[in-house]
Design a protein around this ligand. Structure first.
Ligand SMILES: *Cc1c(COP(=O)(O)O)cnc(C)c1O
Length: 296
């Protein structure tokens, strides 16, 4: 709802258009809510492997500043950082700055889907306020890497936030006595960096360990593991990503490692692992031993 209400607040006039990556969460996982509920027209940009776009494509797809009555009006560009579908990749600061500059030159706003922006911040060493400095708004999930049970934040100018609050209410997101949930969010935020750092180090180690298995069934590019996610590839038709996920969720009596591991199948016959604050170092080591017993 953070993204939906943000897009609705930025595209306040009928007939407006938002540009989103074709692998973005907003485009893939939100039921097309910005069109379905927000009445906002969508234009897609090709998401590259690292979560960025080709700037030339962006420029070419922006509508003329004074569109004829045939065309929608480009009002907003959305970025995502870290990028979920790309396996938790972190956007380079320079890319964000360039997008913001070219958007703002044309009177277009920039919204950051920062569901995992603290992960991006920990990875890059750049404070969140620096990452989103040029952006017009940001949404942040407290319940992802940050580790709170529930909640999201939207930040932007006060005029923007008043619109977001109207949108949130009409979308059914108004909550009474929500302070108790917000308190959990504050605790999570105050302690997030240290836990996220651990998630990243463990993800790195797990990726390297899987890489070192030199398996024909499961491969990984450890260099693409930047935050708390790992994407595994399944090059052999003998062993698919679905078979792997099913096996990881199964505990047999004869298994050396009596542990159930949850993972998601991912597009492109891949599997996504996500590390989080409820896992200990032993849990991850145990998951690795289970992978090892399956991969060889
Ligand atoms: C979970 C997630 C969201 C959902 O945001 P809400 O404000 O909680 O609706 C948005 N974007 C990404 C990348 C996510 O992973």
């Amino acid at each position: 709802m953070g993204n939906l209400s943000s897009v609705m607040a930025h595209c306040w006039t009928r007939g407006q258009e938002v540009m989103v990556g074709d692998q973005s969460h907003i485009f893939v996982y939100e039921q097309g809510g910005i069109s379905q509920l927000g009445g906002v027209h969508v234009s897609t940009l090709t998401t590259r492997e690292d979560g960025t776009f080709d700037l030339e494509q962006v420029v070419n797809k922006i509508r003329s500043p004074d569109p004829s009555c045939h065309e929608p009006q480009t009002a907003l560009i959305c970025l995502e950082n870290s990028h979920n579908r790309c396996g938790g990749r972190v956007l380079p600061l320079l890319f964000i700055q360039k997008i913001c500059a070219l958007a703002h030159n044309r009177g277009i706003k920039v919204h950051m889907d920062g569901a995992r922006i603290v992960n991006a911040s920990v990875q890059s060493g750049i404070p969140v306020n620096e990452i989103v400095k040029e952006c017009d708004s940001v949404s942040i999930c407290l319940s992802k890497g940050i580790g709170a049970p529930v909640g999201s934040i939207v930040a932007g100018s006060s005029e923007f936030i008043s619109r977001v609050m109207r949108c949130r209410k009409v979308l059914g997101g108004g909550m009474r006595q929500a302070g108790v949930l917000a308190a959990a969010g504050l605790v999570a935020l105050a302690t997030a960096r240290e836990r996220i750092q651990k998630d990243h180090l463990r993800a790195q180690k797990l990726a390297q360990d899987i890489y070192n298995l030199n398996s024909d069934l499961i491969t990984i590019n450890p260099d693409a593991v930047e935050t708390n996610m790992l994407l595994l590839n399944f090059p052999s038709s003998r062993f698919t990503s679905q078979q792997f996920v099913d096996r990881m969720a199964l505990v047999k009596e004869e298994d050396p490692e009596q542990v159930l591991v949850k993972a998601s199948t991912w597009f492109g016959n891949r599997v996504r692992f996500v590390l989080h604050s409820d896992l200990s170092e032993d849990d991850v080591a145990s998951a690795f031993r289970k992978i090892q017993s399956i991969a060889v």
